[in-house]
Design a binder for this molecule. Structure first.
Ligand SMILES: Cc1cc2nc3c(=O)[nH]c(=O)nc-3n(C[C@H](O)[C@H](O)[C@H](O)COP(=O)(O)OP(=O)(O)OC[C@H]3O[C@@H](n4cnc5c(N)ncnc54)[C@H](O)[C@@H]3O)c2cc1C
Length: 296
């Protein structure tokens, strides 16, 4: 273990304009809870750098429930997410992903914006955000813009965020209440341990059914590709079809959509088998009206 950090500079920003003025300079990087940044700094994997701390910046932390969407400020912590009553009721999978991220210290400090910006393919909230059809709001010199989260990750640890932009919030479209539909929401994470584990495979599903016909399906996966993966082709294999008829096609679609690799945490073969099995189990459990296996 290293007992020192390389030199780094932190400017504590007053407000969003102050953050943007520093990012425009080109040398500065945002620092939120620091739970990713400090690990790579301490491991000597980052050169000396200049950070603009956004931790106290007004307007970036908090959850705003609007008529048609819920806006989660980028600085909102895992603890904030998992304790919010509207998120718990309408987007319970996000709370599960938050509670499975690190342990209490990380959950009190790690932020949803940091998780998305850090862009690890193993991160826990991205699969849930994909399944819910989230958008990312960015603020930069030209003002604010929104990007569908499904288009946000462009390659290993690269995103559509420009260096002079800050993620300001994550937006979740609220589900329309319907008595005819059944909504199934499942997040499953397979790791080495039951806590403090980085996912070997993560799978998030939000599915609406009428009878056994799949009306809509959102799917996200972690640790099975170079990016947090949207299972769009897999979800398409289900939409509009009777679940009983579509399960085999949906499992084949997932098998063709994932591209797992061997690394320190697992093998490609293990990840492939587990992802396919988790997905089949979620679908078969939904059809049978039972709870899917609890992986963690
Ligand atoms: C012990 C431990 C356990 C962990 N377990 C998990 C886990 O189980 N699951 C999981 O997914 N992650 C885990 N993590 C990783 C980390 O906690 C999360 O990714 C966390 O959400 C990062 O948020 P942060 O605010 O600390 O980001 P920071 O470390 O401050 O920043 C991370 C990156 O995002 C950028 N950034 C931060 N905020 C913004 C913003 N608003 N706009 C633009 N860029 C921004 C920073 O410049 C940096 O590049 C763990 C980390 C540790 C140390």
């Amino acid at each position: 273990m290293r007992a020192w950090l390389p030199d780094f500079t932190v400017h504590v920003a007053r407000d969003v304009d102050d953050v943007l003025a520093h990012l425009a300079d080109g040398d500065w990087l945002p620092l939120a809870g620091g739970t990713d940044v400090m690990v790579v700094l301490a491991a000597g994997q980052l050169p000396a750098a200049k950070y603009v701390s956004i931790w106290g910046v007004p307007g970036l932390r908090g959850i705003d429930v609007r008529d048609d969407e819920v806006a989660i400020g980028s600085l909102t912590t895992y603890t904030d997410v998992s304790q919010h009553p509207v998120l718990a009721r309408e987007f319970p999978m996000l709370g599960v992903a938050a509670r499975l991220s690190g342990a209490a210290a990380i959950q009190n400090r790690g932020t949803i914006g940091g998780n998305v910006a850090n862009a690890s393919p193993a991160a826990d909230t991205p699969p849930a955000l994909f399944a819910y059809g989230a958008e990312i709001e960015l603020v930069g010199p030209g003002g604010r813009r929104r990007v569908p989260y499904a288009d946000f990750h462009t390659g290993y640890k690269t995103t559509r965020r420009r260096p002079d932009e800050l993620i300001s919030s994550v937006l979740l479209p609220r589900p329309r209440p319907s008595t005819a539909r059944r909504r199934v929401q499942v997040y499953r994470k397979v790791g080495t341990r039951k806590a403090q584990a980085i996912a070997k495979v993560g799978l998030a599903v939000a599915m609406d059914l009428e009878g056994d016909v799949v009306i809509d399906c959102g799917l996200g996966l972690s640790s099975v590709a170079a990016v947090p993966l949207v299972g769009s082709r897999t979800a398409s294999a289900l939409r509009g079809r009777s679940l009983a008829d579509a399960i085999d096609d949906a499992v084949r679609a997932l098998a063709s959509e994932i591209h797992p690799i061997d690394d320190v945490r697992s093998t490609a073969e293990y990840r492939r088998r587990v992802a396919e099995n988790l997905w089949r189990d979620v679908l078969e459990a939904t059809l049978a009206g039972r709870a899917p296996i609890d992986a963690l």
